[in-house]
Design a protein around this ligand. Sequence first.
Ligand code: BG6
Length: 302
Amino acid sequence: MTPPDIVTLNKEFGLERRLRFSEGESGMIKVGLIFAAAKLELFLQGAHITRYQPAAGIEVLWMSDSALYQPGKALRGGIPLCWPWFGAHAENTAQPQHGYARTSLFRVSSTIADHQSTSITLTLDAAQAPWPDWKNRAALEFEIRLSDVLWMEMRSHNLSASTLTLSNALHSYFAISQRQQATIPAVTRLTYLDKLQNYLPQQQTCEITFDSEVDRIYQTPPASIDLLDQGRDIDTSIESWGNNNLVIWNPGEQKARQMNDFDDRGFEQMICIEPANALAQSITLLPGEYHRLGQQIKATRH
Ligand code: BG6
């Protein structure tokens, strides 16, 4: 898809000071949304949210200072969308990790600014799939609403004549003060598949800590998750829907160093908390069927 131009986008979809399109890093188009004191920034590539500030001085998401802003390359940090598969492709490892949505250019389908929120809906058409086995099979719509909370929903639509299995995730990178200060009480007592032990099933018997690398797929998580951080005066809560799993990831020191787009010490200041449908808990859609995966993030100063 040829990138649309900023003047046309602002004419068609811009909303005074509430929603503007502008040129971001490497000429990539970004969108700025405002609602009262809250600010949000996203890129059309990947419909990728890179910044969320519910109020001055509160930075909810972590973005790598070494992120590579290049067309066709996923941005490191913020909220990449993993779709139509999460992790490695089940049959073909030549296909990119976490699917093609995060590296594809989305089309803007609507924008609204009213007294309730400022919102944008973006679409990845089925014809845009870069892989023949996905061509014209599934479309993705992503709606974002900014109010005193950040609400988002991925809607997957099976456009093919046969049953479709897909996996997905809202791969959210949260900013924290220090990894040893953070925990997520809601996962205590859940079972998880440990990617670091070849997906060995494990039980979380005590509160999760982040002293070293963590890469886990939690099973049947509760709908409400709190991220506690003793080093920050901010309470963060996440409500999610449509997810069978919650992925929690921190690369630890060694893996962070191996990634050229990850700040060497960045692993100390982020945790990924990802509402997801993965592996055996992927979703199956009948022809014409939709699936909704969403989350609402609320961050306030205490
Ligand atoms: C997480 C996975 O969701 O994403 C990890 O559980 C993976 O295994 C991480 O390393 C980052 O993936 P990527 O493709 O963005 O480097």
